[in-house]
Unconditional design. Structure first.
Length: 502
């Protein structure tokens, strides 16, 4: 569906300031929403919000539907009486510009376990009723996830395909026994999800009341070591013996990598999904729309055809394109849920068939300005080639920041950009590129906060094809100045992207 002319900011919640070493859903999140409202923004785009595993990637979560426990605000738990100020005594001194994931996990796990213990003793009848209601309403994914995480704890966090055969195959007797033996740990993981969604729901309500809509990110694939693959192996292409991916997901060689990107996720058994009328996918979309307003589909082209690499390959070079039933899938979702507020990440190897699938459902596609100046006037990322039903970015979470990109661009790209601009403003190249995005005809413009702050490569969020050292950038509260807010507000208003009532 097309969207009204508007703009917003891309920022993952882990990047918020916080004394607990990682951004969370507490006070700084509300301050950020105030900044959005006061600068006339209408969208806040986040990365996937799931519980992350190895490498801390939001795109490789233990569940496609659960929330990340590290985002829970301990201070909000304190307000509920589940933690005290004494629990925050002697906090480690964390780096305020990078997340120390191991240190954060250790600290927050201890705090969440204490909050759970207090909840069991102190919860009011109303809180107990709300907790039970949450468990019932989310049972279709929560029961499998909580058991999965409890079992991972007892197996030293090893991947589920290495567990005992009866658990790998989910034999009823073994599952029943595990549920009884691990009942307390299962309840703990359900409590953590209850708290995540309670805090997120309150934050989303505040955002919506402030005129801010949240764009959530749905990765096309899920991690092999996830509750989804363990609980629903029949809808994934797995090796019958080892339960490892028989066909792995990725993309062929592209802008980001000469050998392609081998993600390692199992691809879908689309034939089985069709037999089930795409029940799992419908449930996934329904779950997302419970807590976000607009869905950005990552790697949209995989719904038309997907790159599949056989088990044993070390790179994504030796793969093949296989057809996917995208139309049937979106028709099934539309039948169940109605018209979907969807954005399509249509970057990479895009064919006329992918464009036709996107356009049939009027999903806006993505335009990235960092890709615009390296070729000829036919480049689809140049603003004069845009259509209105599109969403323009200065860069994405996979790109360098605009300042970092410009500093490392070759002379040809720099020359083309500066010629296109006509002149460079004294505010810096990042504001020139932001102005290009906001002034374009694309209905939506999304700017990473790093670009609004004018930060360099040190603030980059992700380096594709690298497993470690990503997703750690954080900002300090002092950077969101009044001057910055006014400059963004004025440009947003100038280019017709302010809320109508303003």
């Amino acid at each position: 569906m097309p969207f009204p002319r508007s703009s917003g900011i891309l920022l993952h919640p882990t990047s918020f300031p916080s004394r607990f070493g990682i951004g969370d859903l507490g006070l700084e999140a509300y301050k950020f929403i105030d900044f959005l409202r006061e600068s006339y923004q209408q969208y806040w785009q986040v990365l996937p919000l799931g519980p992350t595993g190895y490498g801390n990637s939001p795109y490789a979560a233990y569940s496609a539907m659960a929330g990340n426990p590290l985002l829970i605000s301990p201070e909000q738990l304190q307000e509920q009486g589940l933690l005290t100020e004494e629990d925050f005594a002697n906090l480690p001194v964390f780096n305020d510009s990078q997340v120390d994931y191991e240190g954060v996990k250790s600290l927050k796990t201890a705090l969440l376990q204490k909050a759970f213990a207090n909840f069991q003793v102190k919860a009011t009848p109303l809180q107990q009723k709300e907790f039970a209601g949450f468990g019932d309403s989310k049972a279709y994914w929560l029961d499998d996830y909580a058991l999965f995480m409890a079992l991972k704890d007892t197996h030293n966090n090893t991947s589920w395909h290495t567990w005992e055969a009866e658990l790998v195959k989910r034999e009823p007797a073994a599952i029943h026994q595990a549920k009884e033996k691990l009942s307390s740990q299962i309840l703990y993981y359900k409590f953590v999800q209850f708290e995540f969604f309670r805090q997120w729901s309150e934050l989303k309500s505040y955002a919506n009341m402030s005129g801010i809509y949240i764009i959530g990110d749905i990765p096309i694939y899920v991690a092999q070591d996830s509750a989804d693959v363990w609980a629903h192996p029949e809808i994934f292409c797995l090796d019958e013996e080892t339960r490892e991916p028989a066909l792995m997901a990725g993309v062929p060689p592209d802008y980001f990598s000469e050998t392609g990107q081998l993600w390692g996720n199992p691809v879908y058994n689309w034939e089985e999904l069709q037999k089930q009328n795409f029940k799992w996918w419908v449930g996934r979309f329904e779950a997302m729309l419970d807590y976000i307003d607009v869905i950005r589909i990552d790697h949209f082209r995989g719904f038309e055809a997907y790159w599949a690499v056989e088990k044993g390959e070390d790179t994504a070079m030796n793969g093949e394109w296989l057809k996917a039933p995208g139309e049937e899938l979106f028709d099934a979702i539309k039948t169940e849920l109605g018209i979907l507020p969807v954005l399509a990440e249509d970057l990479g190897v895009i064919t006329p068939e992918v464009e036709a699938l996107r356009d049939k459902y009027e999903f806006p596609g993505m335009k990235v300005l960092q890709f615009a100046f390296g070729s000829d006037p036919g480049n689809p990322f140049l603003p004069f080639n845009y259509t209105r039903n599109a969403i323009v970015y200065t860069g994405t979470h996979d790109n360098d920041t605009t300042v970092g990109w410009f500093n490392q661009a070759n002379d040809w790209e720099k020359r083309n950009l500066l010629l296109y601009l006509g002149c460079s403003s004294p505010e810096g190249i990042h504001w020139d590129v932001i102005r290009l995005a906001l002034s374009s005809i694309a209905n939506q413009a999304i700017i990473p906060l790093q670009d609004i702050l004018g930060l360099g490569s040190e603030a980059r969020m992700n380096f594709p094809s690298t497993a470690e050292g990503n997703w750690g950038w954080r900002y300090q509260s002092s950077l969101l100045t009044r001057e910055l807010k006014e400059r963004l507000k004025n440009l947003t208003q100038l280019y017709g992207r302010a809320p109508q009532e303003k």
